[in-house]
Design a protein around this ligand. Structure first.
Ligand code: P6P
Length: 344
């Protein structure tokens, strides 16, 4: 963005104006990306309203359904999934969605409704916390359709199975003490806060960069005994020799957001001997990759212990990955110990 056009970074500017000004800097922009981001944030406002009054309505608790991982879906999970997918399918400028709550991709069938973008989404991450009023969040990634034929030709799952380095944009909406949208389109990480009295997202953090202080250590230490020797050695060192404060909400978006603003490291190591957790618990496509994209833009790092998360080629929609994200030095230390202890 040229210097003259920093108006899009003025604190307090509303998201719509921010998007319109940003779009003007890209003469070839068709407005589809702006439309898509607008639809995502509209859906976010609707979900935010429901999350904030969940205890009053009849929407807490578990549904009878299970997701592809065999996890019982919370009723708010299903609600958020419906809100986001419907908002995007009908006028989001997209051609296909990969959602944590859907075992298969959702296609935009009508060619006239299809757009060039592809969305991966975890509609409501942190389900285990929903009923206890703990912060939860929506995580999304935006790619371009890459299979041939443009929007005239239907997208395929290959359009979803793209490495994070090919993301066009990524973001999350955190439903916490306030509702915030944090996103990057590759040149800056912006933070917007929802002003409920206006129903608008207003720019509250014009440029988010993660402080490189050690800050918070976020890991579920009750799994310590199931980790590899390398992961155990890294966490032990952080805990005993580092300058960390332990803080673990158990909602990835909440832990990630606090560490992004304050400094820290989040770890979800694999548990080789635990069924379903041999590759960890977090999902690559719609949790780790979008968050890794944001973290790298903010000056941090994100790894699966051996390579950048953004370099990983997804093999299937709901693939899990070990996830180490935050302070660059800490991520390097984890990679070093895993190499020495687990591969040495
Ligand atoms: P554990 C929430 O259910 C989630 O998927 C992430 O948001 C969170 O980081 C993780 O699981 C917490 O898992 O095993 O520590 O409860």
């Amino acid at each position: 963005m040229s210097k003259s056009s920093n108006k899009h970074m003025e604190k307090g500017i509303d998201l719509r104006r921010h998007i319109a000004i940003t779009q003007r800097e890209y003469p070839n922009a068709t407005g589809e990306f702006s439309q898509l981001l607008g639809q995502i944030t509209l859906a976010g406002k609707i979900v935010s309203r429901e999350v904030n009054r969940a205890g009053l309505g009849d929407i807490l608790g578990k549904s009878k359904n299970e997701n592809v991982h065999g996890e019982r879906q919370a009723r708010l999970d299903l609600y958020a999934n419906a809100v986001f997918t419907r908002s995007l399918i009908h006028n989001g400028g997209i051609c296909i969605i990969g959602s944590e709550e859907e075992s298969d991709p959702i296609h935009v069938r009508k060619p006239e409704l299809r757009g060039k973008y592809v969305v991966t989404i975890d509609p409501l991450d942190g389900s285990s916390n929903i009923d206890y009023n703990v912060s939860i969040g929506t995580i999304f990634g935006i790619y371009r359709k890459k299979t041939p034929g443009g929007v005239e030709k239907a997208a395929t799952v290959e359009d979803l199975l793209q490495p994070g380095k090919d993301l066009v944009a990524a973001g999350y909406i955190i439903y916490g003490s306030s509702t915030m949208l944090v996103y990057t389109a590759g040149d800056n990480v912006y933070g917007f806060t929802l002003d409920d009295s206006l129903g608008e997202f207003l720019l509250s953090y014009p440029k988010i960069t993660m402080p490189q202080r050690e800050g918070y250590l976020s890991v579920n230490e009750s799994n310590f005994k199931s980790w590899s020797a390398g992961a155990q050695k890294a966490v032990k060192e952080f805990r005993e020799n580092g300058d960390y404060t332990s803080r673990y909400v158990g909602s990835c978006v909440a832990d990630f957001h606090r560490n992004l603003l304050s400094g820290g490291i989040f770890l979800y190591p694999p548990e080789p001997k635990v069924v379903g957790k041999g590759e960890g618990k977090l999902r690559l496509l719609y949790e780790a990759a979008p968050l890794a994209y944001i973290m790298e833009q903010a000056g941090g790092a994100a790894s699966d212990g051996y390579r950048r998360i953004l370099e990983k080629q997804p093999e299937h929609l709901h693939q899990k990955t070990p996830f180490y994200v935050g302070n660059k030095k800490a991520v390097k230390k984890i990679e070093q110990y895993l190499r020495e202890e687990d591969q040495g």
